[in-house]
Design a protein around this ligand. Sequence first.
Ligand SMILES: *[C@@H]1O[C@H](CO)[C@@H](O)[C@H](O)[C@H]1NC(C)=O
Ligand SMILES: *[C@@H]1O[C@H](CO)[C@@H](O)[C@H](O)[C@H]1NC(C)=O
Ligand SMILES: *[C@@H]1O[C@H](CO)[C@@H](O)[C@H](O)[C@H]1NC(C)=O
Ligand SMILES: *[C@@H]1O[C@H](CO)[C@@H](O)[C@H](O)[C@H]1NC(C)=O
Length: 406
Amino acid sequence: MLLSILPTYLLALILTIRPQPSYSVPGLDIWNVPSSKIITPDWFARNPPSIQYRELEKRDGTNYNPDGTPFLWLPEDEYSGKNFFDDFDFFIWDDPTGGMVNYINRTTAFEKNLAYVTDDNKVVMRTDNTSTLERGQHRNSVRINTKKTYTTGLFILDLDKAPYGCAIWPAFWSTGFNWPAEGEIDILEGVHDNEHNQITWHTTQGCLYDENATFTGTIPEHNGVLSTDCWNQANQGTGCDVIEWSRASYGPFFEAQGGGVLAMKWDENDISVWSFFRAAIPKDITAGTPNPSEWGLPSARLMSTMCDIPKHFARHTVVFDITLCGAWAGASYATSGCPGTCDERLIHPENFETAIWHINSLKVYRKQLLSGNVTVAPGSSYGSMKAQTAIISLVIAVAVAIMISI
Ligand SMILES: *[C@@H]1O[C@H](CO)[C@@H](O)[C@H](O)[C@H]1NC(C)=O
Ligand SMILES: *[C@@H]1O[C@H](CO)[C@@H](O)[C@H](O)[C@H]1NC(C)=O
Ligand SMILES: *[C@@H]1O[C@H](CO)[C@@H](O)[C@H](O)[C@H]1NC(C)=O
Ligand SMILES: *[C@@H]1O[C@H](CO)[C@@H](O)[C@H](O)[C@H]1NC(C)=O
């Protein structure tokens, strides 16, 4: 019996050996490996880096953790074009920030043209700019969040336009469902005709913004207190925030120069935000091989020195919204230089032509360590392949041996 299994086992093994996942051109393809395929050290051993790869590595740079371990940011998800809205849920409840908006569902948003994708693949979301309202009535608007959640990642938003204008309060942000225990990161946010983007973190107690981190923005004061405590109850719900230096980082000047790219890097070391004018988007971003270590100082950087990032931030969904008046835009309306009151502003549809997002893409990259022990992600076919092959061959061998012995 044993003797008859052995040769048939070997034959079956040969027949069932399946090709390894194809990483056809080492070097270039490493950037396009989907997240379900993990490059393992033994794959590297069998496919020594080609010359192109070494050049690519030198040009685009591997990133390094503070402890020296190298890593790459590899593509994980892309939200863009005709399928953009398939991967988002529409939020249809009352605005938790007290805004005077009526968040509508997917069907209504498409019917009323408040969410659509243009023929040239621009994703558009907007507030109703056709209805005249009664005083005090809420205006239709859109808030969406990714169905998928992320714990760490590099998020790169390319957009032509972000909403702005009197009474208008848009945000591009990420948040855990268990708020604020799982944290909130506001990447692009502002009100009225602001010209400087505000980047904000909201957490539970114990997370501080290290003012000695290196970044280009300015930490504002709220009620005479420097805004470095991210605890949401520390300073009337303002969190810890940083104002970008550029007056084209939000509002009319942002739109006038064709928008640009906002990048948020979140890992265990820090959470950093960069913004780039369209004319100054780093080439590695347009090439899809982002390398934050080459981008210079971020606008804002929450360091792990004074905030345990894995403890305070987890399972974030990525959100786009446009709200009106409410806790920020309403409360600040009187001092904003905008005419009349926020309620009055809401009545007339022509006030909301600039309440519009024009998005080219949102790309998410994940961190892949290049040395040390490589973890095989759930769903990865690679790790189980050898075991699977061996088991299938054994089953075939036993079956054949039984047939022979009968
Ligand atoms: C969407 O909202 C509209 C208006 O409130 C409602 O009539 C409709 O039933 C909703 N559709 C879904 C699929 O929930
Ligand atoms: C920042 O650095 C200054 C000067 O070294 C120091 O006095 C201050 O305590 C530091 N702040 C924090 C929050 O560590
Ligand atoms: C709504 O705003 C868009 C521009 O964002 C404009 O093209 C359109 O004409 C506006 N609609 C009305 C009724 O004003
Ligand atoms: C890698 O795995 C080996 C064996 O499982 C273990 O001894 C070692 O500590 C691991 N190294 C790291 C950096 O996790």
